[in-house]
Design a protein around this ligand. Structure first.
Ligand SMILES: Cc1cc2nc3c(=O)[nH]c(=O)nc-3n(C[C@H](O)[C@H](O)[C@H](O)COP(=O)(O)OP(=O)(O)OC[C@H]3O[C@@H](n4cnc5c(N)ncnc54)[C@H](O)[C@@H]3O)c2cc1C
Length: 182
């Protein structure tokens, strides 16, 4: 559907022997090591999604200033102003969550709930922002003449990979219930 510059394929590993010198981390602790890795990688995905939301917002804002419909620029129609205001508001909130989660990692105190919240919120923001950007571009939003349709397709995977939005909510719920300690 999207991310066409990035090859995706399934890999099966069967009867693989890993020599001791190639072992990463501690034997039989891979699951927990991977979960710690997700604390960081999810903030990376949040950043990618935030960038897509900003890109779609900036393009939609410029287009809304240039395109005239019913005698005035799109940006002077209140329905369009509300879309842009919501995009801006969600982007600022996603930015703060992402920066806070990243700052905690840099400070040596990663917080799984915040990493999940940043990934969840930024990816849902990217989907909403790219959806509304397509709407603001109208027919051109659906056409390949502008790159806004690509933003829309590329953003969609954000709530799926690196753990779905449902799984991010489960992690947040487990942290606030005291079931995950870190
Ligand atoms: C472009 C792309 C790149 C990817 N890259 C990688 C990669 O590099 N490495 C890698 O390992 N994987 C990768 N994936 C796989 C990705 O992480 C999984 O697709 C994703 O985690 C969802 O798993 P699934 O597809 O098996 O869906 P399923 O687990 O079958 O889930 C289907 C639906 O059910 C929901 N669901 C499942 N379990 C629960 C539950 N307990 N409670 C509530 N809802 C639930 C899910 O949220 C989802 O909505 C990639 C996927 C894509 C599309």
């Amino acid at each position: 559907m999207g991310l066409n510059c990035h090859d995706t394929a399934e890999i099966y590993l069967r009867n693989v022997f890993v020599p001791e010198e190639n072992l990463i981390g501690t034997e039989n602790a891979g699951f927990y090591q991977l979960m710690r890795f997700f604390n960081e990688s999810r903030v990376g995905v949040a950043s990618i999604q935030l960038g897509m939301a900003i890109g779609a917002y900036e393009r939609a804002l410029e287009y809304a200033k240039q395109r005239t419909a019913f005698g005035k620029p799109l940006i002077e129609h209140q329905a369009i102003q509300f879309k842009l205001a919501d995009m801006w508001k969600d982007i600022e909130a996603a930015r703060l969550l992402t920066y806070k989660a990243a700052w905690l990692i840099d400070s040596g105190k990663p917080n799984p709930a915040l990493s999940s919240a940043a990934k969840l919120f930024a990816s849902e923001t990217a989907i909403k922002a790219t959806y509304e950007a397509v709407q603001i571009f109208g027919g051109y939003g659906y056409s390949k003449e502008y790159d806004i349709e690509r933003y829309y397709r590329d953003a969609r995977v954000g709530t799926i990979y690196e753990g779905t939005s449902e799984i991010q909510r489960l992690i947040i719920a487990r942290v606030i219930a005291g079931k995950i300690r870190f």
